[in-house]
Ligand binder design. Structure first.
Ligand code: GRG
Length: 301
């Protein structure tokens, strides 16, 4: 487990060092003191997160021996989409949260207008970063144009009508009494699982995994993504300070509400076991992915 923690800390360090560079405005832009957008976008992206999704890019990249230099910018792109989703999720029209990562939610500091624009900026920048990885990457960090397009398509899918946006829409419109097990599964698979799947696919695709191998990786990511969301709900229920998020929206459709805390914990264990099973085909090569699944299952923050 110590080796996994070291790995996660290395990924977090690399991502945290790279993200500010990727958000630097082009010369001349963002210099107007009235332009409140750059600081809002930076704050949304650079506030301390766990960087779990970038870690997944590196983990599956390692499994398929992708060149590490190729993984960093795609991992940062995924984190940009995640950061955008958190900003939108916290808005009064959505979860109406005033705390995020233990800090005031972005809209409470910069206003709803700047929060929306910051989210749009981060979301579009993610796709810019992927394109630039093919267009302008240093020779060792350049991704082929076809591979970059593949990543763009996968990330776009994760954002859209079968991904984050749709998951959030269903979440917002699911009233009390409508939150069946199947409905909750769909919501969370889209809202949270889709970005886990894209992250896992990124590392695999950059390591030239075959279609069958991609299927196994996808199944792993779907299961840990769902488990991750349920643990998030369990932690949030326990105490606002555990996740650093506070939602004023109620009732939120969650597995914890549907199954009770014990049932939800049981489901987390089952999903984690399915995840581990899915990557069994890779044998000891996938040891770190197994550890990661258990680490996320047992996390307390
Ligand atoms: C950005 C395309 C796009 C759509 C937005 C608002 C929305 C649609 C979706 C909400 C998605 C969402 C916030 C899901 C919750 C996922 C989750 C468990 C977040 C917490 O993730 P952590 O624990 O957070 O990784 P940190 O702070 O560590 O980064």
């Amino acid at each position: 487990m110590n080796r996994l923690l070291g790995f996660l800390s290395d990924v977090r360090g690399s991502v945290d060092r790279r993200l500010p560079d990727l958000l630097t405005p082009p010369p001349g832009a963002g210099m107007d003191p009235l332009d409140a957008l750059p600081p809002a976008a930076r704050e949304a992206l650079l506030s301390p997160g766990k960087r779990v999704r970038p870690a997944l890019v590196f983990l599956t990249g390692e499994l398929f021996r992708a060149r590490e230099a190729l993984l960093l910018d795609p991992a940062c792109a995924v984190e940009m989409v995640h950061a955008a989703s958190l900003v939108l999720d916290d808005l009064p029209a959505m979860d109406d949260a005033v705390l995020r990562r233990g800090r005031p939610a972005l809209h409470t500091v910069h206003g709803e207008d700047m929060a929306i624009l910051a989210a749009v900026t981060l979301l579009t920048r993610a796709f810019g970063v992927l394109s630039e990885a093919a267009l302008r990457g240093a020779p060792r960090a350049a991704i082929s144009p076809s591979l970059a397009l593949d990543l763009v398509a996968r990330l776009a899918d994760a954002c859209g009508v079968a991904g984050l946006s749709s998951g959030q829409a269903l979440d917002l419109r699911t009233g009390e009494g409508e939150a069946t097990f199947e409905r909750l599964e769909t919501i969370h698979a889209r809202k949270t699982g889709a970005l886990f799947v894209a992250s896992a696919e990124f590392g695999a695709v950059l390591g030239h995994a075959r279609e069958k191998e991609l299927g196994a990786v996808r199944s792993y990511a779907r299961n840990i993504g769902l488990a991750f969301q349920i643990v998030d709900d369990l932690l949030e229920k326990k105490d606002d300070s555990e996740t650093g998020k506070s939602s004023r929206r109620a009732p939120v459709p969650t597995f914890t509400r549907h199954l009770g805390a014990e049932g939800a914990r049981q489901l987390v264990h089952e999903l984690s076991a399915h995840a581990v099973e899915a990557i069994g085909v890779f044998g000891s090569r996938a040891e770190r992915l197994v550890e990661f699944a258990l680490f996320l299952r047992d996390r307390s923050t």
